[in-house]
Design a protein around this ligand. Structure first.
Ligand SMILES: [Zn+2]
Length: 65
């Protein structure tokens, strides 16, 4: 997995980290606030490879909470 920090949809800092707790899941966690979002690895790969990753994360987070 790429070591890239994404923009947190909650606090807006570029601190969002993608973790892989197991082979099927990806967790997005922000160390600056309490934002957390889990998704399947397939779903994450679609987001990660899209041209506007941070926008996709934001949209998904809006529907998630
Ligand atoms: Zn945050």
């Amino acid at each position: 997995m790429k070591e890239v920090a994404y923009v947190c949809p909650k606090c807006g800092k570029s601190d969002l980290q993608a973790e892989q707790p197991d082979e099927y899941e990806v967790w997005l966690k922000c160390p600056s606030c309490d934002f957390f979002m889990g998704m399947s690895k397939d779903e994450w790969h679609r987001i990660e490879n899209s041209p506007n990753v941070n926008h996709k994360i934001k949209k998904l987070a809006d529907g998630y909470s």
